[in-house]
Design a binder for this molecule. Sequence first.
Ligand SMILES: Cc1cc2nc3c(=O)[nH]c(=O)nc-3n(C[C@H](O)[C@H](O)[C@H](O)COP(=O)(O)OP(=O)(O)OC[C@H]3O[C@@H](n4cnc5c(N)ncnc54)[C@H](O)[C@@H]3O)c2cc1C
Length: 387
Amino acid sequence: MDAAVDASTSQFELNEDQRAIQEMAEAFAADRVAPNALDWDRNKHFPADVIRETGPLGLGGIYISDDVGGSALGRLDAVLIFEALSRADPAFSSFISIHNMVASMIDRFGSNEQRQRFLPKLTSMEWLASYCLTEPGSGSDAAALKTRAVKGGDYVLNGVKQFISGAGDSDIYIVMARTGTDGPKGISTFVVPKDAPGLSFGANEHKMGWHMQSTRQVIFEDCKVPAQNLLSAEGAGFGIAMAGLDGGRLNIAACSLGGAQSALDKALAYTAERKAFGSKINQFQALQFKLADMETELQAARIFLYAAASKLDRNAPDASKWSAMAKRFVTDIGFNVANDALQLHGGYGYLHDYGIEKLVRDLRVHQILEGTNEIMRVIIARALIGR
Ligand SMILES: Cc1cc2nc3c(=O)[nH]c(=O)nc-3n(C[C@H](O)[C@H](O)[C@H](O)COP(=O)(O)OP(=O)(O)OC[C@H]3O[C@@H](n4cnc5c(N)ncnc54)[C@H](O)[C@@H]3O)c2cc1C
């Protein structure tokens, strides 16, 4: 049985619906994503058309309410989808994850009028969405952000957001900006459309991986945002931003899991073919042990991630700690497995056409974004120590 599907433990036996969701995502990924992933990476091409094809499949609003076109699925369902998409391309899957994170923030914290105004177009993927928290001077210490929103009739935003995935390509930007005093309580969240006057974008960053999606600054210069685009209330923004990230962290972990599974599958196939010293290289016990460790660690990561997603589905009181633990654990293992797979390919692993070095580059950033893995340890330690 396929290793990714063989995730049934007594606790996590997937039900019929979950298997159907997983198979649907796998089929789409194999048909529309996998054959193109290396080209998109090489050409730094953002495949908006293929991303939009996921809307009719229900992937634009995976855990969004059905009254606005969402699929109303759970977090474990979402993890299965992102894992399946990532086996074809972790960068593609990650963009869908960010889009879903933004949609869920509007679904959870928006007024009914806002939900009706934004979500049908987001769940259908007619509009794509980006998440704007990080600034040039504040990443991990997100509550130190300086972008300011001042209320006249409308709000007027000034400031710069850094490293924004999909910037320039997305239609909707969810932006955390300061409306009050320093610190987390002075932050509010706004929904900013791409055509807002005073909004512009920086150059596409030259980066190590995730080449199929742009990473740019988002720049606000006296940018006018209608007052009815404030989500929830002034001062609620930091909580909204962090609530989005709990699920986002599970999704990004799932993207690592799927990418690493693909790397392991490639390593198994390659070591069964490649010969050295008169035998297939998978006959060397050192390499067999490496493959055994990769499989063991990946399965442990999978079970841990599914457990964390189930916690969030149940609104368990320790769900945030588990999301942080899963993000740290699965993205570290995912990167290590992909890197080991590259080593097992020898020099060929370093060549673009084999698809392994792309996985290593793509998975590396998962240890940095949605909260670095050091910040995950800060969250876990705080939960343990009780502050
Ligand atoms: C490709 C890419 C895409 C991204 N997409 C987005 C996006 O769409 N939206 C968005 O808002 N952001 C995005 N980010 C930003 C990302 O979330 C930040 O880079 C990340 O949160 C880290 O912030 P920083 O880069 O400012 O590093 P810093 O916060 O400056 O951290 C530097 C180092 O110090 C460590 N550190 C900091 N504080 C502590 C502490 N208290 N204890 C221990 N170690 C600590 C960090 O772990 C890190 O190793 C993206 C980043 C990249 C690279």
